[in-house]
Structures are given as structure tokens and as C-alpha cells.
Design a protein around this ligand. Structure first.
Ligand code: GRF
Length: 195
């Protein structure tokens, strides 16, 4: 409940991951800032060994590991958890599963994702390798709304990163990830204003 008139209630956010969770960790830091408008209330991972789970433990964020053997059951369980934690917004951050239309419709306009390329270029996997193979001068990262088509929802923000001749996949990934950590909180702030 709102305690003081004029103070807006924080938006409850769930983050979905499958692996390292560096974006998750970074969003936790932003959520803990003084004027932050969101609270991360739930972490969903489809992998029981995801490194990112450790950050949930450290920052005392509720975490749920969702078994994805059957997508219908998995999403049914996800929806139960989202309801329990009164989630208003979902941030996908390295979540390697595709959400069904059913879940996307239920959270219409309330699911965002970060992707390591300058969308609409290089949707899907292996973005850095493909950008280097094609001799692109630039790559980057994009935060976008999630719709029924993979990596195709409305773009919220993008950041360009120069590809140097000496860049390997590893180097480029590192450079872009650094920018992702700046871009995701910025994009989230933009989304929260409109919620
Ligand atoms: C990031 O590159 C993100 O753009 C992509 O998956 C990666 C996740 O990295 N969707 P991390 O788990 O947040 O470190």
C-alpha cells in the first residue's frame, strides 16, 4: 500500500535468466539506488546451475527454477509465481527459452528483452560471430519489447559499438556486454515512466 501521498509505489519486476546473470546483477544494483522506481521481486531461471542464481541468494531475491521439459507446464508454473509476487514487468536477460503467445498476451507490453546486436540485424544466436563474419563496422545491443516474433518487438533503446579489425568474438562480446549494463537500466527507466 502507498504509505505517503505523492510517493509512487515501486513497480515489481521479475528477471528471467538462463546463465551468467551479469545483467541481472546490474539491474539489482540499479533497483537499490535511492530514486529507483522498481523492485526486483523474483528471479526465474530454467537452469538449476545458472551462475546468476547466486546473486538472488546474495541479495535475498526470491528465486524459482522452472523445469522446461514441457513448456505448457513450465509457463503455468511461471504464471503462478508471477501472480504470487505481484509482478508488473518482466525483464528477460539471457533467458534462452522462447515465451509462448499465451504468456506474451497475458503480459502484453510488459515484457522486455536485451539482445546483443543492433536489431533488426542479427536476430537469434551467435550474433557477434555473424557480425564479424560479415565484416560489419558496428554491432551493439538493443532493448526491445517482446512480441510473438523472435527479437522483433518495438525497440526501446540501442547502443552502437565499433567493431575493430582486431576484435575476436570474445573481445566484442565483452565490449558489448559493458554497454548492455548501461543500456538496460536506461531502457527500463524509460519503460517505467509509461507504466
Ligand atoms: C547478453 O549478451 C544478452 O544480451 C543476451 O544474453 C546475454 C546474457 O548475459 N540476451 P548475462 O547472463 O546477463 O551475463
Amino acid at each position: 500500500m502507498q504509505k505517503l501521498i505523492g510517493i509512487k509505489k515501486k513497480i515489481n519486476v521479475a528477471v528471467f535468466i538462463s546463465g551468467n546473470g551479469s545483467n541481472f546483477k546490474n539491474l539489482i544494483f540499479y533497483s537499490l539506488k535511492k530514486n529507483s522506481r522498481f523492485k526486483i521481486k523474483l528471479l526465474i531461471s530454467n537452469k538449476s546451475n545458472a551462475k546468476g542464481l547466486g546473486y538472488a541468494r546474495k541479495f535475498k531475491i526470491k528465486k524459482k527454477i522452472i523445469n522446461y521439459d514441457n513448456i505448457k507446464i513450465a509457463e503455468k508454473n511461471i504464471l503462478i509465481e508471477l501472480k504470487k509476487s505481484q509482478i508488473h514487468l518482466i525483464c528477460l536477460a539471457g533467458f534462452m527459452k522462447i515465451l509462448s503467445n499465451n504468456l506474451i498476451t497475458k503480459f502484453k507490453g510488459k515484457i522486455i528483452n536485451i539482445h546483443p546486436s543492433l536489431l533488426p540485424k542479427y536476430k537469434g544466436l551467435n550474433t557477434h560471430q555473424r557480425a564479424i563474419n560479415n565484416n560489419e563496422k558496428y554491432s551493439g545491443c538493443t532493448v526491445h519489447y517482446v512480441n510473438a516474433k523472435l527479437d522483433s518487438g518495438k525497440i526501446i533503446l540501442q547502443k552502437k559499438v565499433k567493431i575493430l579489425k582486431t576484435d575476436t568474438v570474445k573481445k566484442l562480446k565483452k565490449k558489448i556486454l559493458k554497454q548492455e549494463h548501461l543500456l538496460y537500466p536506461k531502457a527500463l527507466k524509460k519503460v517505467l515512466i509509461n507504466l
